[in-house]
Design a protein around this ligand. Structure first.
Ligand SMILES: Nc1nc2c(ncn2[C@@H]2O[C@H](COP(=O)(O)OP(=O)(O)OP(=O)(O)O)[C@@H](O)[C@H]2O)c(=O)[nH]1
Ligand SMILES: [Mg+2]
Length: 421
């Protein structure tokens, strides 16, 4: 007898989702729905894995995975019995997963199971609850124990244009054959696999945006710290401008570059640091910046905080013109002013211009590096990992230099009036 291996619907899950799998190693799915809707049975047949029989309690501590590891499915307790409490458990679980910076730990899809009988009766759909879930991940409505070709009441409802339900797709499934007057065959799990892949693909770009956003937030913290610490050098009496090149190799900037790079999961090696410190464009940019800042009348400021606020305002045009999105910019200047408030309400004396110069120069350089890494990361998600960071950084620095050359810092009288307000 010719024994075929059993068909496992989710064995190859994710074959059409290569972009997503550059972001995450696995797709995490949470299965929710009413008690007895057939959630556990669905997982059992999707993966051909033994699942705990009987009433499920809580949420599975470890997900059920296919052999490849491309899909990880969390089973959950049914909703009727203890509805409010179970809902809270589910929301807490989703919230916790959402906090994770690592995409591997997030919930990427939700299967909301409703059996055909309930789906075919009015009043069984908890729209508010489903819409709440949809804030965390796209929701697929799985109509369980459903005839293959018969639309349920709920499906008709969803297809109406004025329906406010945040459901991405509906899939009809019967995970296990049933015997009634006749044999009702199992069906739908392959469709559920395809539909899940499709929804996942549609969602991948926004997942990438979120991931990049949190990488940038972490980078900005490093930049704020690095710029601040380097600025401190400017108020230490006797400090003279030694140039940024040796500083790239010194502790403060090394730490900052490493931090920014690690936020993007890039490794910043000694060689990279050596390359960064060799850029001649960097020297040129520094020279232009120093010249521009030397035109400012620093005596118009009463404290370092004020001076930093002024510089934030001034470089805002810079942000608007090409380099930074507003949100990033304000985050950076917040970081800087927090640092400033923290310990810089010192009288504005000694070497203020030098301190400001250090802060701005460091921040510009690090922001350029951050943007290079961001673009490299986006390319990586598109499937191109062969990116020349050095030539990209050259381009960025050139852009920055062009901007800097045209930059006119505010007149000293303006800075004075700013300081007075
Ligand atoms: N024949 C058949 N039986 C099913 C199917 N889905 C669920 N059942 C039966 O319905 C009952 C409940 O199924 P479960 O998979 O345990 O349902 P559940 O949603 O996990 O239930 P809770 O964990 O209590 O919330 C079991 O007796 C299953 O055998 C199906 O597709 N076909
Ligand atoms: Mg169960």
């Amino acid at each position: 007898m010719n024994m075929l291996p059993p068909h496992i619907p989710f064995a190859q899950f994710g074959q059409s989702c290569s972009k997503f799998f550059r972001l995450s190693d696995t797709c995490n799915i949470l299965v929710v729905g009413n008690t007895g809707a057939g959630k556990s049975t669905l997982i059992h047949h999707a993966l051909d894995k033994p699942i705990e029989k009987g009433i499920t309690r809580g949420i599975s501590r470890e997900p059920y995975r296919n052999k490849k590891g491309s899909v990880s499915i969390y089973d959950s307790e049914g909703l009727e019995r203890n509805s409010k409490q179970v809902k809270e458990v589910v929301l807490r679980f989703l919230e916790k997963k959402k906090q994770s910076k690592n995409c591997n730990n997030r919930i990427h899809l939700i299967w909301y199971c409703l059996n055909y009988q309930s789906a075919n009766r009015e009043g069984n759909l908890e729209a508010d609850w489903i819409n709440k879930l949809a804030n965390y991940a796209p929701v697929l409505l799985v109509v369980t124990r459903s005839p293959r070709n018969k639309e349920s009441y709920v499906e008709q409802l969803i297809s109406q244009t004025d329906c406010n339900l945040k459901i991405d797709t509906v899939v009809r499934v019967r995970a296990e054959a049933e015997m009634h007057d006749e044999l009702l065959e199992a069906h739908g799990l392959d469709r559920l696999c395809e539909a899940s892949e499709k929804v996942l693909n549609d969602r991948t770009n926004s997942l990438i945006q979120e991931a990049i956003g949190s990488m940038k937030m972490s980078a900005v913290k490093w930049i704020g710290e690095g710029a601040f610490l380097r600025g401190l050098l400017g108020i230490i009496p006797g400090t003279s401008y030694a140039g940024i090149v040796p500083l790239v190799r010194n502790g403060i900037l090394k730490r900052m570059f490493r931090g920014v790079s690690s936020g993007f999961h890039f490794n910043c090696t000694e060689e990279d640091l050596a390359a960064i410190s060799k850029w001649s464009l960097l020297l040129e940019t520094s020279a232009v910046l120093q010249e521009k800042l030397s035109e400012v009348d620093w005596q118009g400021f009463n404290s370092m905080t004020e001076a930093l606020q002024w510089i934030s305002e001034s470089i805002k045009n810079f942000a608007d013109s090409f380099l930074l999105e507003n949100e990033m910019f304000s985050n950076l200047s917040d970081t800087l002013s927090k640092w400033a408030e923290f310990s810089w309400n010192l009288p504005f004396a000694m070497h203020p211009a030098l301190a400001i110069f250090f802060v701005v120069e460091t921040a510009f350089l690090a922001i350029a590096w951050m943007q290079v890494l961001e673009e490299a990361k986006l390319d990586f998600y598109e499937g191109n990992s062969d990116v020349d960071l050095k030539s990209r950084m050259d381009e960025k620095l050139q852009q920055m230099l062009d901007w800097m050359t045209q930059w006119v810092p505010k007149e000293s009288s303006e800075s004075q009036s700013y300081a007075a307000t």
